[in-house]
Design a protein around this ligand. Structure first.
Ligand SMILES: Cc1cc2nc3c(=O)[nH]c(=O)nc-3n(C[C@H](O)[C@H](O)[C@H](O)COP(=O)(O)OP(=O)(O)OC[C@H]3O[C@@H](n4cnc5c(N)ncnc54)[C@H](O)[C@@H]3O)c2cc1C
Length: 282
């Protein structure tokens, strides 16, 4: 029999988990699905920046968040949600088959900005990474390239500079803060190539070089996709404006420097909206 939920949350990052918790605390039956691991982008971060009152480590922060959410009664499910059919109820295609929900929160976040690269999948495990704190140590003493010019690209470059021999940041333009500009400028092993875009990756099996659109080539053993800019909107588009399908977090927020704080606040807003939507009306 198809399992029925009050609320299905897709994406267990900080936005989805916050929305799920708000709903569960109001007595709704809630499941949060994630195709990777609960915590979302948070689990890929070292020291979290721009969080009021401290710089927690990402994985510990994610663990504490998950514990609170499960204590509130949220169920966690693993696997990709591949489709959604609007209606009453809404049908959600999960890794374990279809389930139904009275409301769905889509909190699927942003995908990495691949720029002009078309073959990134082929390079996974051969030099391409989206996580400096996870994969940085693999490049100790080697040359790496960071693609992206936003605040978090600067943070990734600084983290990599602690282990790599040399870091080249390649960015069409940089939009990072003055503080990030100072920190990057003060790091002797970081070079910034503004006005350039990566167009291709090359290597016999592991990565050896990154080609740029200005015709130059950078020797590199690793390339990091540091900017996440593409909203994962497929499920929102499938919902066709169904008012019982709500966006939460980065996937629905206007383009700006995405932050955990904004995503958490938006998750809370979405959770409260779902509670209101599903409350009996007089
Ligand atoms: C390199 C980098 C460093 C950053 N550093 C900081 C920082 O220091 N401080 C800060 O405040 N912000 C930082 N940010 C931004 C912050 O991480 C995001 O704003 C925040 O994680 C967004 O939360 P979210 O819940 O909306 O999305 P996410 O954290 O991206 O979570 C989305 C989740 O949805 C899941 N998902 C997606 N599609 C599906 C599907 N179809 N089925 C099931 N699951 C799915 C994903 O697996 C993921 O777990 C950084 C971002 C980047 C890219």
């Amino acid at each position: 029999m198809t399992e029925s939920w009050d609320v299905v949350v897709v994406g267990a990052g900080i936005a989805g988990l916050t929305a799920a918790r708000v709903c569960a605390e109001q007595g709704l039956r809630v499941v949060a699905h994630d195709m990777l691991a609960p915590g979302g982008r948070l689990i890929n971060l070292g020291a979290v920046q721009a969080w009021p009152g401290g710089t927690p480590q990402g994985p510990e922060f994610a663990g504490a968040l998950l514990e609170e959410v499960m204590t509130a009664g949220v169920e966690i499910a693993y696997g990709e949600v591949t489709g959604l059919t609007p209606g009453r109820p809404i049908t959600v295609e999960t890794g374990e088959g279809p389930v139904t929900a009275r409301a769905v929160v889509v909190a699927t976040g942003l995908a990495a900005d691949e720029g002009a690269l078309t073959d990134t999948r082929d390079w996974a495990g051969r030099g391409l990474s989206e996580c400096a704190s996870c994969d940085g140590p693999l490049y100790a003493g080697k040359k790496v390239v960071v693609l992206g010019g936003d605040e978090w690209s600067a943070a990734e470059a600084l983290e990599l500079a602690e282990v790599a021999a040399h870091v080249t940041v390649v960015a069409a333009r940089t939009s990072w803060s003055a503080a990030a500009e100072r920190a990057v400028g003060a790091a002797p092993s970081i070079e910034v190539r503004r006005g350039a875009t990566a167009t291709g990756l090359e290597g016999p099996s592991a990565l050896a070089a990154v080609h740029l659109d200005d015709g130059t080539t950078i020797e590199a053993a690793g390339v990091f996709l540091a900017a996440a800019t593409r909203p994962r909107r497929a499920l929102l588009d499938a919902a066709g404006g169904d008012p019982h399908v709500l966006a939460a977090g980065d996937v629905g927020l206007p383009a700006h420097t995405p932050t955990l704080l904004a995503a958490a606040a938006d998750g809370r807003r979405a959770g409260l909206a779902v509670v209101d939507l599903l409350s009996p009306k007089d």
